[in-house]
Design a protein around this ligand. Structure first.
Ligand code: ADP
Ligand code: MG
Length: 386
């Protein structure tokens, strides 16, 4: 689960990580009052969306009058933000943060993720923070310093000190950075984060160290023990079809092509997409019905896939193990009745109860339904339909 910057700020503030004062608004006409409330000579207007790259997209703007605050707020609320991370259609802005602007002498990067290979969290720090950090990671990975820490012991002070030194901080500033690193590491563990990132962490000309922007993601599987974090969930930022799928314990991922994919198992989803691409097609999505799917869940799966206007054909690829082919066949028949197939649906079934399933489908004689002999045949058929 992702959190907004303003929510991440609240979490940081609660543990004593210094952040500039800020106000959150949800309508353009609140911008002036928010700026006046900040009582600062200058501020930044920042779109609150789950996508990054806001600065480069023009959705982080420095202003010094209430009128400018209102002007940028109106623009950001009005036009979807298109950045490297959003796709061409962009994302709608529903909340805006106004924060005190600070003079920045230098921008640093600080982040924690789980290192899967080493099976523990890793803190990363760099003296080259700011909007180009992805570029730094690609071009000059050595500029990103790392410290791995045990989740039960936490990041140790000596590790934080070493990191601070490696990114060139000394004296009082190193001390301040160490405090922030230890607090961020604690927060990461305590709240079951999968990502906790401050970018940039800045040094002001007066030598203050402040968190200017933050991005926190949380482990969905741990949300049950964090009501406070679960409450930060913002459904408006989610793809509606993905939300609907979650309700039925299905995992749905929207993509850019025009072939809908209904599969069981993440591995099969990957190979299904590969084989579609191999035969010249582009997947519009994939919907993984998982192992223990019910007819009801599978019908919902069809409803979700077919409601996507981009979908011009559907490939159903089921390898029946725990999921039974006859359940899928039953769902196909029910979906044809309840939802109706307005595009071709190519079906490849294999595994448990496949014979029964094939018989059921044959008997049902569904319009637009094509059965395939194997996966290659299925991929060829579906690609020929679009
Ligand atoms: P994003 O990472 O989405 O582009 P940031 O909040 O990191 O958004 O803002 C981008 C850049 O804007 C920062 O690297 C910083 O240079 C500047 N900036 C953001 N907030 C402030 C602020 N409160 N005061 C001064 N500069 C800021
Ligand atoms: Mg940033």
């Amino acid at each position: 689960m992702k959190a907004h910057e303003y929510q991440a700020r609240q979490l940081m503030q609660a543990v004593g990580i210094p952040v500039p004062a800020s106000e959150v608004i949800s309508k353009p006409d609140e911008a002036k009052a928010a700026f006046e409330k900040l009582n600062a000579s200058k501020a930044v207007v920042k779109a609150q969306v789950h996508a990054g790259g806001r600065g480069k997209a023009g959705y982080v703007k420095l202003i010094d009058t209430a009128d400018e605050a209102a002007e940028h707020a109106a623009r950001m609320f009005g036009d979807p933000m298109v950045s490297k991370q959003t796709g061409p259609q962009g994302v709608r802005v529903r909340k805006i943060l106004l924060a005190n602007a600070v003079d920045i002498e230098k921008e640093y990067y600080l982040g924690i993720v789980v290192d899967r290979a080493k099976r523990c969290p890793v803190m990363m720090a760099s003296a080259e923070g700011g909007v180009e950090i992805e570029e730094v990671a690609r071009r000059n990975p050595d500029a990103i310093k790392k410290a791995w820490f045990h989740p039960h012991l936490g990041l140790q002070r000596f590790q934080a000190l070493a990191l601070a030194e490696m990114i060139g901080l000394v004296g009082e500033q190193a001390k301040a950075a160490v405090g922030i690193m230890l607090k961020l590491a604690r927060l990461f563990i305590d709240k079951d984060c999968s990502l906790a990132e401050i970018n940039p962490l800045v040094r002001t000309p007066e030598g203050q160290i402040l968190a200017i922007d933050a991005k926190f993601n949380f482990d969905d599987n741990a949300l049950f023990r964090h009501d406070d974090i679960a409450a930060l969930f913002d459904a408006a930022e989610e793809n509606p079809a993905e939300l609907k799928a979650k309700e039925y314990d299905l995992s749905y991922i929207a993509l850019d092509g025009n072939i809908g994919c209904l599969v069981n198992g993440a591995g099969l989803a990957m190979s299904t997409m590969d084989i579609i691409k191999l035969h010249g097609g582009e997947p519009a999505n994939f919907l993984d019905v998982g192992g223990s799917v019910s007819t009801e869940g599978a019908v919902e799966a069809f409803r979700i896939i077919l409601s996507d206007e981009k979908v011009k054909a559907v490939l159903v690829n089921i390898f029946g193990g725990i999921a039974r082919c006859d359940v899928i066949a039953e769902a196909l028949i029910a979906a044809a009745k309840e939802v109706g197939f307005h595009v071709p649906v190519v079906v490849r079934l294999e595994g448990t109860n496949v014979e029964i399933a094939r018989e059921m489908l044959e008997k049902a004689n569904i319009d637009q339904l094509h059965t395939a002999t194997d996966l290659t045949d299925a991929a060829k058929q579906v690609c020929a339909c679009v």
